[in-house]
Write a protein that binds this ligand. Structure first.
Ligand code: NAD
Ligand code: IPM
Ligand code: MN
Length: 354
C-alpha cells in the first residue's frame, strides 16, 4: 500500500466535530484504493493557546513539513481574539508552505435545493481560484495614537507581479481544461494602485491562452452575478480578500456554508498542501452535534485528488451525493440529521458497491 502521512489539525468548535468522522471515511476510501493513511494528530487550537500561550508549538511548522498533506478543521473561538488564533496558525501555514492557490469549487450537488430561483436549465458548477498568500492580507501597516481622538489604523495591500501571475496562470490552466472562460474579480474603478496592476498582469498572462476568454468584473457587480446568473461562470480568479468573500457567497448559493470545501495548494508539491472546509468554527452551534460534515468531507476528497487519486476522490463525492439524494441532511440544509448520521451515511455509501 501507498503510505501517506497526513497532519490532522481539528482545531476549535465544530472543527473537531466534523474532522473526527472524516478520518474514518478516508480510511474506508483508502482501503479500496491501496492508500494507507498515517495520521499525525495535533491538538493545536485556542484551547492549546490558553494552556500554553501559543496556537501551535514553536517548531509547529517544522513538524508539519514532515507531512505529505494537512487536514484542518477550523480555528477560532470566543475568548481568544481572531487575529491571534488565525495569525498564530492558519495564515502562517498557508504562507510557510507557499500554498498560494486557494481552490474553492462552487457546485450545486444533486439532492440540495438551490436557494436561488434559477433560470430553467442553469447549472452551478464553477471554481474560484483565490490568491492565498498576499494582497489585502498583509502585515504592512500599523495603529497609532491609541485611545486618542487622533487614533488611526493603516493596512497596505501588497500585490506582487509573481504572486498575481501565478494565480492567474493557475486559473487560466483550469479554464483551458474546462469551458474556456475566466472571470477576473477587480475593482480598478475604485482602487487605483493595486487593481489596475492586477488587471494588467492577468491580461498579460492570458496572452499565453488564446483559447480562454477573460472577462473582468468589478467585485460589486460580480457578487450580484453570483446570485442573479451563477450559471455563466466557469473559473473565477480573485485576490485574497475578494476571494474570501466571494466563496462564502458561493457556498450560500449552493445551499450552505456547511458544505463548501477548500484546498490551500502548493501546486509544485514541494510543500504539503492543506485541505479544510470554507466555514469556520461556528461557536453558535458548537457542541450540539448538528454541524454539517460535508464541507470537511468534500475537502478530504480534494486532498485525494491532489494526491493523484481522482477515482477515489470522485467516489467520495458520489457518496456525498447519494447521501443527499437519500434525504440525510443536517439542519442547515433543511434536514434533521446529526453530524454523525450524515457521516455514517457517507461511510456506508463509500463501501456500498463492493
Ligand atoms: P463560521 O463559518 O464559523 O459561521 C458562520 C455561520 O455558518 C454560523 O451561523 C454557523 O453556525 C454556520 N455554519 C458554519 N459551518 C457550518 C456547518 N458545517 N454546518 C452548519 N452550519 C455551519 O464563520 P464566523 O461565525 O464568521 O466565524 C466563527 C469563528 O471561526 C471565528 O473565530 C472565525 O475567525 C473563525 N473562522 C475560521 C476559519 C478557518 O479556520 N479556516 C474560517 C472562517 C472563520
Ligand atoms: C477562510 C477564513 C480565513 C480567511 C480567516 C479565518 C482568516 O475566512 O479560510 O475563508 O479569511 O482566509
Ligand atoms: Mn472565509
Amino acid at each position: 500500500d501507498e503510505q501517506v502521512r497526513v497532519a490532522v489539525i481539528p482545531g476549535d468548535g465544530i472543527g473537531t466535530e466534523v474532522m473526527e468522522p472524516t478520518l474514518g471515511i478516508l480510511e474506508a476510501v483508502g482501503r479500496r484504493h491501496g492508500i494507507d493513511f498515517a495520521w499525525q494528530h495535533h491538538d493545536w487550537s485556542c484551547e492549546h493557546y490558553t494552556r500554553t500561550g501559543r496556537m501551535m508549538p514553536e517548531d509547529g511548522l517544522e513538524q508539519l513539513a514532515e507531512a505529505d498533506q494537512i487536514l484542518l478543521g477550523a480555528v477560532g473561538y470566543p475568548g481568544v481574539p481572531d487575529h491571534v488564533s488565525l495569525w498564530g496558525l492558519l495564515i502562517p501555514i498557508r504562507r510557510a508552505f507557499k500554498q498560494y492557490i486557494n481552490l474553492r469549487p462552487v457546485r450545486l450537488l444533486p439532492g440540495i435545493e438551490c436557494p436561488l430561483r434559477l433560470k430553467e436549465g442553469t447549472e452551478i458548477d464553477f471554481l474560484v481560484v483565490r490568491e492565498n498568500n498576499e494582497g489585502e492580507y498583509s502585515e504592512v501597516g500599523g495603529r497609532m495614537y491609541r485611545g486618542t481622538p487622533d487614533e488611526f489604523a493603516v493596512q497596505e495591500s501588497v500585490f506582487t507581479r509573481r504572486g498575481v501571475e501565478r494565480a492567474a496562470r493557475y486559473a487560466l490552466d483550469l479554464a483551458a481544461s474546462r469551458r474556456g472562460s475566466l472571470a477576473s474579480a477587480t475593482k480598478s474603478n475604485g482602487i487605483i494602485h493595486t487593481m489596475p496592476f492586477w488587471d494588467e498582469v492577468v491580461h498579460e498572462t492570458a496572452k499565453d491562452y488564446p483559447g480562454v476568454e477573460v472577462r473582468d468584473y468589478h467585485i460589486d457587480a460580480l457578487s450580484a452575478q453570483f446570485v442573479l446568473d451563477p450559471g455563466r461562470f466557469d473559473v473565477v480568479v480573485a485576490s485574497n480578500l475578494f476571494g474570501d468573500i466571494l466563496t462564502d457567497l458561493g457556498a450560500a448559493i449552493i445551499g450552505s456554508i456547511g458544505i463548501a470545501p477548500s484546498g490551500n495548494l502548493n501546486p509544485e508539491g514541494e510543500h504539503p498542501s492543506m485541505f479544510e472546509p470554507v466555514h469556520g468554527s461556528a461557536p453558535d452551534i458548537a457542541g450540539q452535534g448538528i454541524a454539517n460534515p460535508l464541507g470537511q468531507i468534500w475537502a478530504a476528497s480534494m486532498m485525494l485528488d491532489h494526491m493523484g487519486h481522482p477515482q477515489a476522490a470522485a467516489e467520495l463525492v458520489s457518496a456525498m451525493e447519494a447521501t443527499l439524494t437519500g434525504g440525510v441532511r443536517t439542519p442547515d440544509l433543511g434536514g434533521t440529521a446529526s453530524t454523525t448520521e450524515v457521516a455514517e451515511a457517507v461511510l456506508q455509501q463509500v463501501g456500498s458497491d463492493d
